[in-house]
Design a protein around this ligand. Structure first.
Ligand SMILES: Nc1nc2c(ncn2[C@@H]2O[C@H](COP(=O)(O)OP(=O)(O)OP(=O)(O)O)[C@@H](O)[C@H]2O)c(=O)[nH]1
Ligand SMILES: [Mg+2]
Length: 424
């Protein structure tokens, strides 16, 4: 008999037999309620198991919680108790609890399921009638065990890919290695067309090429390039110390020397004593006119006075994303120059979370594109993707060093994808 193989007896056989039963529910709480309804306080939970039923490739499906219980008293003893009599041997057969009477095969099948060693130990221990406190402690232990199992399960899900295709799994691992956030890596992988993938592993270079091509399309879709070309006036805004002034010097020098355009600079940064001097030095070296605007009408006036210039770069004081007042001031400057475009400068050394916060705070100022600086100081390039996805704005320039004017390059989705996957 199956029950006896575990050293137990079938329901109604009497004696101090080990009657293992399985209760199934959608949650541990529901399972406990079912146990109480079926057995009252006489049940001892000896094991639990959680798994997904249904679904495809680990996705979807329903969580099932199985709880194995054994009664601490035989049904004969319980019956006698109810009748107010002491148990006698042999005990009369009693019906199985309602939950099992309906499906005895399932209950028997449950007895065939291998129990974990810990559960077997608990089952053996249950032959000594435990106190109510023992039972509660046992239950608490099992809840903790189950919670820890669920946490492990969640961790595994967030670490590992659920696609069941080796190339997709490798592509996912590659993106995660490059510090692409989990959510974005998953979105990108979902775009890879299974139909064109080889069943066996691709070589690393081919895999990177494939993922980079998809990443470029993904980036383009996240933040399509603006329809209008860059205008005459650009205001650079951003948190403190990210490289606004240095980037302006790089761009101004390139425009001046490579394109031969007439370029001028305006600074709004009268906040720090050295700020105007810093930009003036660059202006002198490159041979550019520099104007200082101390208030919004001053900015308007400066732009109007430079009508003959083909390109005007406007520097602003770095603003902490937390500084409402100064962000408000910056917004007033930007409003005074509605013909200007705004670039938000962010450092790629910041965490994805910090970048998102800056993007949210500078959204009130308004910006058309992103400039990401200090790529030379970062390892993973995944934060670029996080910034683009959150801002839903394209990256116009990337900077990768302190050298003026060399350490800057124009960005487009393909270039960003190459940097991301190939290290560029
Ligand atoms: N490694 C590296 N350093 C950079 C890069 N761009 C700027 N820097 C350095 O970052 C520091 C700050 O640069 P700034 O241009 O003064 O930054 P800012 O945003 O104008 O700073 P505030 O005006 O004070 O807000 C300087 O030491 C720059 O040389 C870059 O691409 N890579
Ligand atoms: Mg500056």
């Amino acid at each position: 008999m199956r029950g006896e193989r575990r050293g137990g007896g079938r329901p109604g056989q009497g004696g101090r037999a080990l009657n293992l039963r399985k209760i199934e529910a959608e949650s541990y709480r529901e399972a406990l309620a079912k146990v109480r309804t079926a057995y009252g306080d006489d049940a001892l939970i000896v094991g639990t198991r959680t798994f997904q039923r249904g679904g495809v490739l680990g996705l979807g499906g329903k969580q099932v919680v199985e709880v194995y219980v054994t009664e601490t008293k035989t049904r004969g003893e319980r019956l006698m108790e109810l009748r107010g009599q002491a148990p006698r041997m042999p005990l009369p057969a009693v019906a199985a609890p309602a939950a099992y009477a309906a499906a005895p095969e399932q209950a028997d099948a449950a007895l065939d399921a291998p129990l974990p060693a810990a559960a077997r130990e608990r089952a053996a221990a249950s032959e000594r009638a435990p106190s109510a406190i023992d039972r509660r402690l046992n239950e608490i232990g099992l809840v903790l065990e189950q919670l820890s199992g669920e946490v492990q399960h969640l961790l595994r899900r967030s670490e590992g890919p659920p696609w069941g295709h080796p190339v997709l799994e490798e592509a996912y691992a590659l993106l995660r290695e490059r510090d692409v956030e989990d959510d974005l890596a998953r979105q990108l992988i979902a775009r890879l067309d299974r139909a064109v993938l080889p069943e066996e592993g691709m070589d690393e270079a081919a895999l990177r090429g494939l993922v980079a091509a998809h990443a470029a399309r993904f980036i383009d879709a996240l933040a399509p390039a603006p329809a209008a070309p860059a205008g005459r006036v650009t205001i650079f805004v951003g948190p403190t110390g990210v490289g606004k002034t240095t980037t302006i010097a790089k761009l101004a020098a390139r425009e001046r020397y490579s394109s031969g355009r007439s370029v001028a600079l305006i600074t709004l940064d009268t906040f720090r004593i050295a700020a105007v001097d810093q930009l003036r030095k660059y202006a002198d070296i490159i041979g550019l006119e520099l104007k200082v605007a101390t208030d919004p009408p001053g900015l308007r006036e400066a732009i109007d006075s430079l009508a003959a210039c083909e390109r005007i770069f406007v520097d602003s004081a770095g603003r902490s994303p937390a500084d409402e007042l100064r962000l408000g001031e910056l917004t007033s400057f930007v409003r005074a120059a509605p013909d200007a475009q705004v670039s938000l400068v962010l450092s790629a050394t910041a965490s994805a979370r910090t970048l998102r916060r800056s993007i949210d705070r500078f959204a009130r100022v308004g910006f058309r594109d992103l400039v990401l600086t200090k790529l030379d100081e970062t390892q993973g390039r995944g934060v670029i993707l996080s910034a683009i996805a959150h801002a839903a704005r394209p990256v116009s320039f990337l900077t990768n060093g302190q050298n003026v004017p060399d350490d800057i390059e124009a960005a487009d989705p393909q270039r960003i994808a190459d940097l991301l996957l190939n290290g560029g």
